[in-house]
Design a protein around this ligand. Sequence first.
Ligand SMILES: Cc1cc2nc3c(=O)[nH]c(=O)nc-3n(C[C@H](O)[C@H](O)[C@H](O)COP(=O)(O)O)c2cc1C
Length: 320
Amino acid sequence: MFKTRVTEKLGIQYPIIGGAMMWLSTPEFVAAMSEAGCLGLLASAMWKSKEEFQGAVKKVKSLTKKPFGVNLNLFPAMRPIDNNDYLDVIGEEGIKIIESSGHKAPEELVSRFKKMGLVWIHKCVGLRYAQKAVSLGADMITVVGFENGGATGVLDLGTFVLIPVVAEAIPVPVIGGGGVSNGKGLVAAFALGAEAVIIGTRFLMTDECPIHPNLKKALANAKETDTVLVMRSLGNTHRIWKNSTADKILELEARKATLEEIVAAAAGAKDKEMFDSGDVQRVTISVGQGIGLIHDQKPMKAVVEEIMKEAREVAAKLQS
Ligand SMILES: Cc1cc2nc3c(=O)[nH]c(=O)nc-3n(C[C@H](O)[C@H](O)[C@H](O)COP(=O)(O)O)c2cc1C
């Protein structure tokens, strides 16, 4: 059950993609996703030189023999070096799967993807972006409804509408997400036409996720109403956990503060300080509405097995 074009092409046991997460997708966390039967994705933008990125790729390889891929960030301001430099390393290290994320498909990189024989997954939030990427040669499309943690784009489409709209319109397989936190969500995404799901928020609450235990404790008590959308005024909307820094950003946006003031409060580079320090009000963390479905922390493998067990049970129940 749950063997699809996505699992076959990517060579993974379960139809689950572990979402790339800035500052968190360390080699250890990515390898844990792959070892658990999912596709782990390294967030290349975390490494500020080719050498450091190459070290991270080698580290993942030393930790797992299972497939993993690399996420290329398409927002120039959010990565320290050119994507062509990451692609040099991807070629040298024999990585076969890449995911691009951002609304504008990476036209300038596509011929290189093809020459390198990469499986190219493009992640976006709407049909027109998906169709553009398919026209350029994307092998799979990931769509995330705006329930998701992280960047949400501008369309504000929920997962329940987005997946079927895209799956019915494009010939390549669709990976769906935004709010998928358990086996019920996985089966629902499949019913809507997805051939795999992408999960970020649920995986924050795993033993291997490198955020401070204080933050995991706080998130274990978070409800589905405890996320907010920030930075809409900058054209860079993100769904994050509602802490006092999130409130401050919203207040700055409401009183039309300067770009510098908002960026200073929201600065993504400082997120890592909070992940490490355990001061849960210090900055922000991307979190999706699916946090309301998560109340416990477990090893990655146990989380994935639990999702798959529930998915099989739900599918069997629906069939009967
Ligand atoms: C803490 C966190 C950081 C994220 N960072 C990135 C990122 O750097 N690049 C990216 O493409 N997506 C990022 N995402 C989005 C995930 O890869 C994934 O698409 C999303 O989490 C799926 O929805 P869910 O959170 O409802 O499971 C992030 C998500 C979270 C929760």
